[in-house]
Unconditional design. Sequence first.
Length: 294
Amino acid sequence: MYQIIKSALTAVFICMLGVCLVGTVYGRDLPEIKKNGIIRHIGVPYANFVTGSGDGMDVELIQLFADHIGVRYEYVKASWGSVIGDLTGKKVKAMGDDIKILGDVPVKGDLIANGLTVLAWRKKIVDYSTPTFPTQVWMVARADSGMHPINPSNNIENDIIMVKSKLMGLSLLGKEKTCLDPKLYQIEEAGAKIKLFSFGLNELAPAIINGEAEATLLDVPDALIALNKWPGKIKVIGPVSASQEMGVGFAKTSILLKAEFNRFLDKCKSDGTYLGLVQKYYPAVFDYYPEFFK
């Protein structure tokens, strides 16, 4: 009887160990994904990249990629706080342009696609695809604010200085662990009173409309949607960052997967598929970044 119980407990232990290992495997590469027959798209509901309603520019793009490599598509919902760990298996803390690894977490997917801005600290733990979208971080205020938009010069550094000159004593919303983290742009040093936002990025514009702060940081995709959704309620004061780019994020072990996605993206750009998706979800962006879409 003892031997039977011991064998049973051993089997349970091995089974549990196997589950744990599956949960913490570092990002799969293309052969494993094809063998398994499914690609897991990690996405944070954000702007029109992942709407949360089953569609979005990045949702459609990764669905097309799944067809391209002959596997089934699966969406894995994430948060900005968890998304890097969900891909890499490492919980990290951003420290300026560097990171601190805090421990191991389960891997839940094979790539991140939700308008993921290329940031120096993220590049320490994630590899990026060819750029998929242009962006920039803007300061946005309520339309009735006494602040006036800057008159753009031909020098982005001068434009940023002009925007920051308006920050002294201003209450401003930002969000940690995202491209809208005020620490990335020395906002507090310019004299702003920072309020870190605890809800989703999609809620930043309505938050200032409702008076939770005088202004907020928004990146270009979300700002374009907000300007269209709440016309006459907000205004763009100007940039707090230089031009940036977004891309699809891959684990550093997924070398073949990233290379195949880049080939797929080049094909989509050459045959018009990519521009069709941009036109569907972000028609106004062509007016702001014509060079990117040439």
